[in-house]
Design a protein around this ligand. Sequence first.
Ligand code: ADP
Length: 261
Amino acid sequence: MEYFAGIDAGSTYVKVAVLTEEGELAGFQHRPTGIDAAGTSRRLLETIMNDLGGSTETIRSIMATGYSRRIIDVAHDTITEVRAHAAGALLTAPPQANIRTVIDIGGQDSKVIVLGEDGDTQNFVMNDKCAAGTGRFLESLARVLELKVSDLGPLSLQSIAPATINSTCVVFAESEVISLVARKKPARDIVAGIHEALAKRIGAMARKARFEPGVLLTGGGGLNPGIVQALEDELMIDIHLPLHPQLNGAIGAARIAGTQA
Ligand code: ADP
């Protein structure tokens, strides 16, 4: 059996996916990036290959992508995140979804990638300057509310009266959240307001990129059902999710490793 690996060394999490030569997902792992993205990547790859009864040396080709891709010494080559996400979408999207736009919400940046009919990248818009359109926004505000990021989605879905968060800067949004808590606004409504604020920013990016319906949500943001609903309301379309949203870049990188080998 031949294997191909993709490593998405993100600002927040390292994601590793191993594919067979047929493009089947054979194994995957993820872990917070920490201060040693290269070491984290190596260890995750070793864990997957041990489980598969092989070793890292037997992988035919290893492709790195993501914020720290250039320091991943175990990788044979690197590709941009846009290419990785576009390739991942072709492999991971639900059948018949006809994906034309990938929205990736990561820890430190967000991207909207518009695909042509044959899956090539036609246009993309990226936000890496401002935390307010990224997973970092959610992490900071979850901390203020003493919640885990994984609690945000299920909680916000219970809201029928979302709070209004006006600030477009994460620091001022934190002050707004503290003031809402002091006024005894329920956490579910505050979190729903936070999701709406994030969805507005992503919605503006999507419109700037001239998004096409057939939208796939990837990245850690895709693990949050509150974000999915807020984006559906903001863009007024259904959002599709891959089986493993956070792994999409790693899967795409592994796929390109396979097609280039
Ligand atoms: P990066 O590639 O920049 O490291 P990811 O695509 O891994 O980022 O996404 C990280 C973001 O995903 C976090 O900032 C957080 O908002 C969100 N996230 C991570 N795990 C979960 C989870 N279990 N539930 C909901 N959201 C999550």
